[in-house]
Design a binder for this molecule. Structure first.
Ligand code: 4AD
Ligand code: MG
Length: 477
């Protein structure tokens, strides 16, 4: 007999004479009530065992974590909170789980402990919910762009380019480890290596994406990106997924409109398709908030926060205005910022971004027209000669969720900028071809997928929204 998903059984419109379900035991109470979960939904189905007619040997093997198959009838449940349950007539243990050793016992585990067990944490309610929401969000990303006629482009993972010019790349080499330099003077001879040149894992698919936008009009990438920045924070991963749309003939304002519309669409999609999981995560968050002092508790619940983003336009503010606000803020004057903001041109730290979003504007903010000096080489220089058409979208609780810009479409200006920054023109000859042949205004942005999942699930550490987090000193799996 084919098994039916627990989700479909719970959503059944009638009782059913014979059904089969397969899944993992969450709990087993009074030798009679199994809470069975198969991952299709946050909700367990209650399976009522006829313990008088079941061998003791079998009952003993119904332990948390065991894989079982139950056959029986789907009947109305007398228990609270569930419409149906399975009255079990046949029970088979598919895979035992030693109750003494299984780490995911039904009790509250710390997130740190769960991170060390990333291969098993997905068997908990919270991580099951997070990973389902993540999956739905990635479908929503494709759904949004495909509906709008964007072409999905797979940009290279191994590349010779440093798209951000920030030098935070993981080098790729086929040379045996014992051939690596033993001290700093000794250099690897990359000419002898697989590609005959330095290569690295991509930090962004943008540059390749731009070449496709200049032919296909509207494109997007959605893939893994890698950064060797040694930022051990709750917002940084060494391996994360990024969504990067790029659109020919869009200026910075059109870019902002696209980003806002896109973010709203995917959040709405999650609200419409992940109701049970988001409700569960909201409850989890409320529990967590209770342990905080009143003043530090969030004013909004998770669902209120998500709906707030749907209903309110993001505040668009230039870098210069933001700096004025920060300089004037009493927090800055009283030096409560770790890095005080004293002059125009300083890069904003996450404490400043969060001040603007959480304390000053109290809504998502798009900062634009940043000083050229603190942004990447490819951004369009403004007429003032000192700012570029960059934008960062800042979210409450997250900080920067999107970074993007209108691109420098003028060949000469771009080359001059690259020269000034010491970026090798010869290596980027193919990128410069977009400006040599049929150049045009174009814009795009990158959204860090895990930061989006953080926001939607209400989690606070980025390690908890990706299946197997990669961070400095951590690649257990
Ligand atoms: O601001 P970033 O570095 O921009 C780019 O890479 C551009 N090439 C994007 C573009 O215009 N096509 O990164 C974009 C976003 C950030 O706003 C952030 O959300 C995320 O990627 N991000 C990270 N997420 C997790 N861990 C990290 N180490 C991240 N670095 C950036
Ligand atoms: Mg950025």
């Amino acid at each position: 007999m084919r098994h039916t998903k627990v989700k479909d059984l719970l959503n059944s419109t009638t009782t059913l004479e014979e059904v089969n379900a397969k899944g993992w035991v969450r709990t087993f109470r009074n030798n009679q009530f199994i809470a069975l979960n198969d991952g299709s939904t946050i909700n367990n189905i209650q399976c009522v065992v006829d313990f008088e007619n079941t061998a003791d040997e079998t009952l003993k093997r119904i332990t948390t974590g065991a894989a079982i198959s139950v056959t029986g009838s789907l009947v109305e449940s007398k228990g609270a909170g569930q419409k149906y349950e399975i009255k079990v007539s046949e029970l088979e243990i598919l895979g035992d789980s030693d109750a003494e050793k299984f780490p995911m016992q039904p009790k509250k585990h710390s997130l740190e402990f769960l991170r060390e067990n990333a291969h098993l944490r997905v068997r908990t309610n919270a991580f099951g919910a997070i990973m389902r929401v993540r999956s739905v969000l990635s479908f929503a990303v494709h759904s949004y762009f495909q509906q709008k006629g964007f072409v999905y482009v797979n940009t290279p993972i191994i590349t010779g380019a440093d798209a951000e010019g920030a030098g935070e790349m993981f080098q790729v080499t086929s040379l045996p480890l014992d051939n690596l330099p033993k001290n700093e003077e000794e250099n690897i001879d990359y000419k002898k290596d697989f590609f005959g040149k330095h290569t690295n894992l991509t930090v962004s698919g943008q540059l390749e994406g731009e070449t496709f936008a200049m032919a296909l009009g509207q494109i997007y990438t959605f893939g893994p990106t890698f950064r060797a920045e040694n930022s051990n924070t709750s917002r940084h991963l060494a391996e994360f997924w990024m969504i990067e749309p790029e659109v020919a003939f869009n200026d910075l304002n059109a870019n902002m409109d696209l980003a806002e519309d896109f973010i709203r669409y995917v959040i709405k999609y999650a609200l419409d398709h992940c109701g049970d999981d988001l409700k569960f995560l909201e409850g989890r968050l409320l529990e967590e908030e209770k342990s905080k002092p009143q003043t530090e508790r969030s004013e909004m619940t998770l669902l209120e926060k998500l709906n707030f983003v749907l209903e309110n336009n993001f505040k668009r503010v230039s870098y210069t205005e933001a700096i004025d606000i920060l300089r004037d803020s009493t927090t800055n004057k009283k030096k409560k910022f770790q890095y005080s903001i004293d002059e125009w041109g300083a890069d904003l730290q996450s404490e400043h971004e969060r001040y603007l979003v959480e304390k000053h504007f109290k809504c998502p903010v798009i900062l634009f027209d940043y000083p050229a000096k603190i942004k990447a080489f490819y951004m369009r220089l403004n007429e003032d000669g000192k700012t570029v058409r960059a934008m960062d979208i800042l979210f409450p609780g997250i900080g920067e969720i999107v970074g993007g810009s209108q691109r420098e479409e003028r060949f000469d200006v771009l080359v001059e900028k690259m020269k000034a920054l010491g970026i090798n023109e010869e290596e980027l000859w193919w990128y410069l071809d977009t400006r040599r042949f049929g150049s045009a205004v174009h814009s795009g942005f990158g959204l860090g997928f895990e930061r989006l999942v953080l926001f939607v699930t209400g989690m606070t550490n980025i390690r908890d929204v990706i299946p197997f987090p990669r961070t400095p000193m951590n690649a257990e799996f």
